[in-house]
Design a protein around this ligand. Structure first.
Ligand code: G4P
Length: 546
């Protein structure tokens, strides 16, 4: 079965679309969402390896003696072996049918403390791969990220990984997906061999047995053989018969792939992989190319669609500095929504109306950067030294447009930041301002605490570690952080600020964007305040909803 509704890679059939639409149709811009340790980094490497962008696994995430890292560049990441910063990887992929598509894989931080960062990345994708550990099933962070995808109506492809290790029964995992997240799983492949004894997969669309062969250390693409159904029993024995029986059960249960419900976010195609052994990775690339949606333009603040073929527009989804210790520069990552980008184009920065020159456009492949000359809808442009750009900002050419802002998450951790070296006052201010602009932390101020002691607010405490590390290493302004006993924040009316300020276990701050935040020791304290002041309006910060 092939999909007819999702845009396919480049085709030659019919009348020729305009170049922008043709390029948009070839693009697949997606992110992998998962709980830490499910294998996201390993899968990312494997995808790039299979697309032949690199020849040996290990060139992206340098873990456990594998080769040096392309996407974990910060020292802290190296020390902890986690990925904090996000990267955009772009590589071409030629499908088994010979069509070329361009994959834009946006990497997201694995740790829950950086979920706000992950959220920003998810505003820039057209689909997501939800990666599940075969032994663990759906885990908390996966569920959290899934909710963001559901809210943003991002179609999801589910990948059950680590099938080479003992794990749960495949049918049981399908039941769990249905029960926990309400998406109907529609497996495209079905494992031949139980978890821990992965022989290959039954391709449910062709009926073929795809047999995988291990390579040493999973360092190169795993060879695969396509064996017709009538020869598969001889090749895999009873495991093949079991896979066929289970696949028939799934069909009887209505679990066959359906493009409409996939794009409508009510069903999810499922694949089985071992990213570490490079098993099933080709199938995932083909599914992305054949079934995942291509860029379709973007809704503006008024809910009107800026079509992909319209004049150039993009929005900044992330600002990142300090990636290159030699340069200490700052890159704003913008996702192209419509039109063509040519390096050197003069764009308009929607929030200021000022012109923005794009001489320093780059594509970023982990640590490697190269000059980017052209980009199309779905692509990510790295704009170096773009001091004026903030996450959520719109850039456009010719016809004005403003995309909705990216909402910030409600912080749950608060610390006063003080410079430990009084002679570095200027550096301290500059550093705090920059971290604020990048969205590394939110910066809160109040007359009571003064400008020398801003309060840093974060969704997760590791954001403080990043802020502290960067203040010392990048701005030469080491800081001491003093935790404050607050856990809940609400947007308050300036008219209520004085009354709130007088209450015990409550404090009021102004965020850099002018929003006034009241913070409370606990949610019970907040509830008491609301009970005792029924007319007071304390609004929740939006956690999702571009
Ligand atoms: P993450 O980015 O989602 O946090 O996960 P990561 O890729 O770092 O993988 C977490 C661990 O799971 C790694 O083991 C990795 O090798 C292993 N892994 C990933 N995919 C598979 C798979 O398909 N099969 C098996 N058996 N293991 C897999 P580690 O011990 O933490 O590191 P390493 O020494 O293996 O590099």
């Amino acid at each position: 079965m092939t999909n007819s509704t999702a845009a396919g890679p480049s085709t030659s059939a019919g009348s020729r679309p305009d170049p922008v639409s043709a390029e948009a149709r070839r693009r697949r811009t997606f992110a992998v969402i998962s709980h830490p340790d499910a294998g996201k980094s390993t899968l990312t490497e494997a995808l790039v390896l299979h697309a032949k962008a690199i020849t040996e696994a290990g060139a992206i995430h340098g873990k456990s003696g594998r080769r040096s890292t392309v996407s974990d560049w910060m020292e802290m990441e190296k020390a902890r072996g986690i990925s904090i910063t996000s990267t955009a990887l772009q590589f071409p992929y030629i499908t088994q049918a010979g069509n070329t598509c361009v994959i834009n894989l946006l990497d997201t931080p694995g740790h829950a403390d950086f979920s706000e960062d992950t959220y920003r990345v998810l505003t820039a994708v057209d689909s997501a791969v939800m990666l599940i550990d075969a032994a663990k099933g759906l885990e908390p962070q996966t569920l959290k990220l899934f909710q963001v995808c559901r809210h943003r109506r991002i179609p999801i492809i589910t990948v059950v990984n680590k099938w080479d290790r003992p794990g749960r029964h495949a049918l049981e995992l399908m039941d769990e997906i249905q029960a926990e997240i309400g998406l109907r799983p529609t497996p495209l492949t079905w494992p031949v061999g139980i978890a821990g004894d992965f022989k290959g997969v039954l391709d449910r669309r062709t009926g073929m047995f795809i047999r995988f062969t291990r390579t040493a250390g999973g360092a190169t693409a795993a060879p695969e053989e396509h064996i017709p159904a009538d020869k598969a029993h001889d090749a895999a024995g009873i495991d093949w018969d079991t896979a066929v029986e289970e696949s028939e059960l799934l069909s009887a249960d209505g679990a066959d792939f359906d493009p409409d419900t996939f794009l409508d976010c009510t069903s999810t195609p499922v694949l089985f992989t071992s990213a570490a052994l490079n098993f099933g990775v080709n199938q995932l690339l083909d599914v992305l190319a054949q079934l995942a949606p291509s860029p379709k333009g973007q809704l503006d603040v008024d809910g009107n669609l800026r079509e992909a073929a319209a004049p150039f527009s993009a929005f900044v989804f992330k600002v990142q500095a300090g990636m290159d210790s030699a340069h200490r520069d700052r890159i704003a990552y913008a996702r192209v929504c419509s039109g063509t980008f040519e390096r050197g184009d003069v764009l308009t920065h929607a929030s200021t109306g000022k012109p923005f020159v794009t001489k320093y456009a780059q594509s970023v492949f982990g640590q490697q950067r190269s000059t980017l000359d052209t980009a199309w809808p779905g692509d990510v442009i790295g704009l170096a030294n773009a001091a004026a750009l903030r996450p959520g900002d719109t850039l456009y050419q010719d016809v004005a447009v403003q995309f909705p802002p990216i909402p910030s998450f409600s912080p749950e951790h608060f610390s006063v930041a003080r410079g430990t070296d009084p002679s570095k006052h200027k550096q301290f201010r500059k550093g705090i301002e920059q971290l604020d602009q990048e969205g590394v932390v939110q910066v809160l101020r109040s007359d009571r605490r003064g400008d020398q002691a801003p309060v840093l607010a974060a969704v997760g405490p590791m954001q403080f570690e990043v802020a502290s590390h960067r203040m010392g290493a990048e701005f030469s302004a080491p800081i001491a952080l003093e935790p404050l006993p607050y856990t809940v924040a609400r947007i308050c009316d300036p008219a209520d600020a004085e009354a709130l300020q007088k209450m015990a276990a409550v404090e009021v701050f102004t965020r850099t964007d002018g929003v006034m935040l009241a913070v409370f020791s606990t949610k019970w304290r907040l509830e008491t305040v609301l009970r005792e002041n029924p007319t007071m309006e304390l609004r929740e910060l939006v956690a999702a909803g571009r």
